[in-house]
Ligand binder design. Sequence first.
Ligand SMILES: *[C@@H]1O[C@H](CO)[C@@H](O)[C@H](O)[C@H]1NC(C)=O
Ligand SMILES: *[C@@H]1O[C@H](CO)[C@@H](O)[C@H](O)[C@H]1NC(C)=O
Length: 488
Amino acid sequence: LYVPTIVVKKEDNRHLLFALSLQVTHYKQYPPNTSKVYSYFECREKRTDPSKSRKVKYDKTVFYGLQYILNKYLKGKVVTPEKIQEAKEVYREHFQDDVFNEKGWTYILEKYNGHLPIEIKAVPEGSVIPRGNVLFTVESTDPECYWLTNWVETILVQIWYPITVATNSREQKKILAKYLMETAGNLEGLAYKLHDFGYRGVSSQETAGIGASAHLVNFKGTDTVAGIGVIKKYYGTKDPVPGFSVPAAEHSTITAWGKDHEKDAFEHIIKQFPNVPVSIVSDSYDIYNACEKIWGEDLRSLIVARSADAPLVIRPDSGNPLDTVLKVLEILGKKFPPLENSKGYKVLPPYIRVIQGDGVDINTLQEIVEGMKKHRWSIENIAFGSGGALLQKLTRDLLNCSFKCSYVVTNGLGVNVFKDPVADPNKRSKKGRLSLHRTASGNFVTLEEGKGDLGGDQLHTVFQNGKIVKTYTFDEVRDNAQLTESDY
Ligand SMILES: *[C@@H]1O[C@H](CO)[C@@H](O)[C@H](O)[C@H]1NC(C)=O
Ligand SMILES: *[C@@H]1O[C@H](CO)[C@@H](O)[C@H](O)[C@H]1NC(C)=O
């Protein structure tokens, strides 16, 4: 009988195994006498066939998450004799050959006390940068360690995830801002219009923490508490917490009362929370009956007595999202007559609101706010919750995040390198040393082949030989990512 041994060591994620298998053997593959490898990260833009296929173009990305990766995985003493030994053994079995660069890692251990001799320059966290520009560069700082640049690729490219969550969440903020302006004339409450419901739907606790923190770059409402820990530990905020929530019912707290007692459940729950907003899922049996009979008649007096700071928030949770929202608003509008705002749109009385948290992604969000506008409902009436689509239904391909070598030094000579595959011009990479600059019109442009060496580079050194040399607070990240009027 084979009994697997599970060895739980004291937590240390910073082993030498975080490169792809293929990268492990690369030190043997560069041209002889290579003394520097310089690589960069970008979210490629489409050179051919712009826009057409996708509804949302994502033409700018929010740069976020490098500080987490650097702190968690790359800073300080990363190499120890034990880790070298461990990696050597695992890779020997994995490749059935001694291909691990033991000599190279021992050199780093001895010469740098295990700190990584690389330099990383990056655009400030939270920056909103058009696709196709350099976002960070990585270079080896010791000629013996040229191979290290692309060893760290795997861990660094995982930044695609916080970048993609933050970018997709910001695009949704743009939609909400646009429709709020059109139907209400102001952006009040925007920061709470898209609530993170994604905790259960993500692949792991680490994903939850990173993804939720990325959403909080743009919004303040979250149920994915793990994000708060990530922000406090790796960025820091002036507020005690960067994200907020309100008491909310789930189906179990309603159905536990039994089918004939939905009204009692509702009544009990709203009475528990008289002074804060309370969200009550109302589709356990029949959302329309709940809105019309229970909320609209049986419990009406309790609801109209609530203040604007403590509204009842009705949550439908099934059916076609747009149809359901419109029908719920229509029923509620008959029982709680709406006012007309300065833009001529209907707003339910301030003590009652709706939250749609089922089936919400960037496309359905757009459909719902457009449908509400058509039916003359202000976006003031609603907030959204999004889970899987916010934190998990995303891939590295959405923004074409990629890391490529653009410059090497061989035999003392700098060479600009690039790829340009014949079958896909979109995959052409940039050449030489790169820098990012602002144009007179406030746009961004990447200069290649060292042409920007004279100054004005928007990339700043954040990591040097094992030390983090520049950090950003979460407040700075949020400021950098703020919407501007041209966004909506
Ligand atoms: C590498 O450098 C050494 C020492 O300068 C030189 O003798 C050798 O020819 C170089 N190898 C190649 C392939 O350029
Ligand atoms: C981005 O990735 C998608 C999916 O792989 C691909 O269809 C598209 O051509 C890529 N775009 C660029 C600019 O590389």
